[in-house]
Design a binder for this molecule. Structure first.
Ligand SMILES: [Zn+2]
Length: 200
């Protein structure tokens, strides 16, 4: 973190935070080419926000913007990431990508068209193909089995009804999955529990 023409300062508190982060991440790998830590500097009206990302994927926010209470350094929050943490993070991102399309405005921005169940379904299937199995498990497939093991159509309604049906099923399954571990993805929690404030 050297000074250039764009000078910024790092507070003593930040230096302390970073030292503690560095100690926690002592054992994380240092690549042959890349540095162990990647720094991102974002100038804002409140100061320079600094994100330091370790090779394990964990990040810490420094700088005036997030100082004070928002990011108290709780060591638990900045633990080195395990394979499972990374898998959970990818799973959450994939789930969030699908859930966001429920909002007609987001959908319009992404596809430049009016919402269509077929497209949402196709998109979700595409994500599921590359994602971990928790995504495909959360999808209500077009054809299901009835109680006599005969096939039944799961989406007999119009577009609006089918989209609703898809998301009711999907979101419930994602909620069940993230209950199994300590999910801290605020964006995802906001989508899944829009009226509850206890996550904050
Ligand atoms: Zn690390």
């Amino acid at each position: 973190m050297s000074n250039s023409e764009n000078e910024f300062s790092i507070s003593k508190a930040d230096v302390e935070k970073f030292k503690r982060f560095d100690i926690q991440h002592r054992k994380c790998p240092v690549g042959p080419v890349a540095d162990k830590y990647a720094y991102t500097f974002v100038p804002t009206s409140l100061g320079v926000a600094i994100t330091v990302k370790c090779s394990c994927g964990q990040k810490i926010l420094l700088g005036d913007v997030w100082d004070k209470d928002i990011v108290g350094v709780i060591e638990e929050e900045h633990k080195p990431m395990t394979e499972q943490d990374l898998a959970n993070q990818r799973f959450e991102d994939d789930a969030l990508g699908i859930i966001r399309l429920k909002d007609p405005n987001v959908y319009r921005m992404v596809f430049n068209a009016e919402q269509s169940f077929d497209i949402i379904y196709a998109y979700a299937m595409g994500v599921a193909e590359k994602a971990d199995e928790r995504i495909s498990k959360a999808i209500l497939y077009r054809i299901g089995l009835d109680e006599y093991y005969g096939t039944k159509q799961n989406y007999p309604g119009n577009d609006t009804e089918n989209i609703q049906r898809f998301y009711t099923h999907f979101e419930q399954n994602i909620r069940d999955e993230i209950k199994k571990y300590n999910c801290k993805n605020i964006e995802l929690l906001d989508e899944l529990y829009p009226k509850e404030s206890l996550w904050r």
